[in-house]
Design a protein around this ligand. Structure first.
Ligand code: NAD
Ligand code: USQ
Length: 396
């Protein structure tokens, strides 16, 4: 299968490209390196050192004997996207290529507008390229569990059967997300569902939970194949951050009372879910939604698990929640579709956490302690971050 991975230089996109390549698929990646520029803007770096895309692709050819093609360019550039899709002629497009940090989107107006423009326009350009070039191309799009928010009813996989005033219908599950970033994913989902209806596109929207983990079978083969690992208060995600905090002797930062519950998934399962979705495409005209996570834990449970497992001393600090989010809430989200396709979940275990401690120990000298505490408040419309003119950097 020919698979084009958009955002293929990122935390998830790069290991996915390697996983698909290792399984014999013909893979190319696209990226505009926006993520590397957010690092410059924030003054931070990935904990694990990462090579340039060119070096990564060369290393993969040396290690595996396989080629990964690369298309460097911005998904917001419509002619570029059309040319890339027409040139590579993929069977499947896996779309990771968006600004993905909720705090980044909440810094100020410029970062909000940049995030929504980048994500929504990029996705529309991909949809138009598919519609014009080949409507059989299967779009596998990364969405997020955060699209649903925390409703007081069970969360279904994308669709909801509703009975209202004696009539029934199947509707898109109502969304109530918690940041302008998460909202960009909701807008994408609605646009893609519309594309499936009007153009007969085939699409799978993967509503993924918070990812944790540092490596996969392929990224471990050579240090040049490593993927990024973020820990800062803007781009670091909760479990990865808490592992680093434990190793550094920094208190584990639980926001609010820590009862807020999230779906989690290990990086090795992410790449496998993408394979399963790609190899089992949606039907023509079908907007298929899978909830992509393997277990759910409250933030406090995550902190307690890491603190208990850490061989040294680890303390937990309840930090004033910088976000506006429900802390005590109902949570029961379905996630059976990927298991039905063959996913064998990798659950959080001592072995996995111990491995993460080892990775962090190896690179802990690279951590900037000043970047750990949260700096972005959901309540403010401006803040004290040094750079507030987003996008300027990201789009150069
Ligand atoms: P990432 O920021 O590491 O990777 C995204 C990549 O997309 C980056 O390399 C970036 O440079 C690229 N990109 C952004 N805008 C682009 C544009 N206009 N043109 C071309 N490339 C562009 O993020 P990630 O953690 O790998 O996440 C990938 C996707 O998965 C995102 O869409 C994210 O919303 C989704 N997701 C991530 C998580 C998680 O915990 N990391 C969880 C659920 C969903
Ligand atoms: N949290 C803490 N302490 C921290 C960091 C976070 O308590 O130090 C809490 C947050 O308040 C939130 C939860 O942990 O309640 C998750 O925060 P996060 O930063 O790990 O994840 P989130 O902002 O939701 O975003 C991440 C990815 C995003 C993806 C999303 C999946 O950055 O791309 O879409 O996870 S989900 O959460 O299912 O929407």
């Amino acid at each position: 299968m020919r698979i084009l991975v958009l955002g293929g230089d990122g935390y998830l996109g790069w290991p996915t490209a390697l996983h698909l390549g290792a399984l014999g698929h013909d893979v190319a990646v696209n990226d505009n390196f926006a993520r590397r520029r957010y690092d410059e803007e924030m003054g931070v770096e990935s904990l694990v050192p990462i090579c340039t895309l060119e070096e990564r692709v060369t290393a993969w050819a040396e290690v595996s004997g396989n080629t990964i093609g690369s298309y460097v360019g911005d998904l917001c550039d419509a002619p570029f996207v059309h040319k890339m899709v027409g040139d590579f002629r993929p069977d499947t497009i896996v779309h990771f290529g968006e600004q993905r940090a909720a705090p980044y989107s909440m810094i100020d107006q410029a970062h909000c507008v940049y995030t929504q423009t980048n994500n929504i326009v990029g996705t529309l350009n991909v949809m138009y390229a598919i519609a014009d070039i080949d409507r059989d191309i299967h779009l596998v799009k990364l969405g997020t569990m955060g699209e649903y928010g925390t409703p007081n009813i069970d969360i279904e996989e994308g669709w909801l059967e509703v009975e209202h005033n004696g009539r029934r219908d199947r509707v898109l599950y109502p969304k109530r997300p918690g940041s302008f970033y998460h909202l960009s994913k909701v807008h994408d989902s609605h646009n893609i569902e519309f594309g499936c209806r009007i153009w007969g596109m085939r699409a799978t929207d993967l509503n993924q939970g918070v990812v944790y983990g540092a490596d996969t079978e392929q990224t471990k083969l050579d240090p040049r194949l490593a993927t990024r690992f973020d820990y800062d208060g803007v781009f670091g995600t909760v479990l990865n951050r808490m592992v680093i905090q434990a190793v550094l002797g920094h208190p584990l930062t639980v926001y609010g009372n820590g009862s807020q519950t999230r779906g989690l998934i290990n990086l090795v399962d992410t790449v496998e879910c993408i394979r399963l979705a790609s190899e089992n495409p949606a039907d023509r005209g079908e907007f298929r939604v899978f909830n992509q996570f393997t277990e759910h834990l409250s933030v406090r449970q995550i902190a307690e698990t890491i603190a208990e497992e850490y061989p040294g001393e680890a303390t937990i600090e309840m930090v004033d929640n910088p976000r506006v989010e429900a802390e005590d809430h109902y949570y029961n989200a379905k996630h059976t579709a990927l298991v039905d396709l063959g996913l064998k979940p990798t659950l959080l275990s001592m072995a996995l956490i111990d491995h993460l401690f080892e990775v962090v120990e190896r690179h802990k000298d690279r951590v900037d302690l000043a970047a750990i505490m949260p700096t972005v408040s959901w309540r403010a419309t401006t803040n004290e971050l040094p750079h507030t003119s987003a996008g300027a950097l990201a789009q150069t």
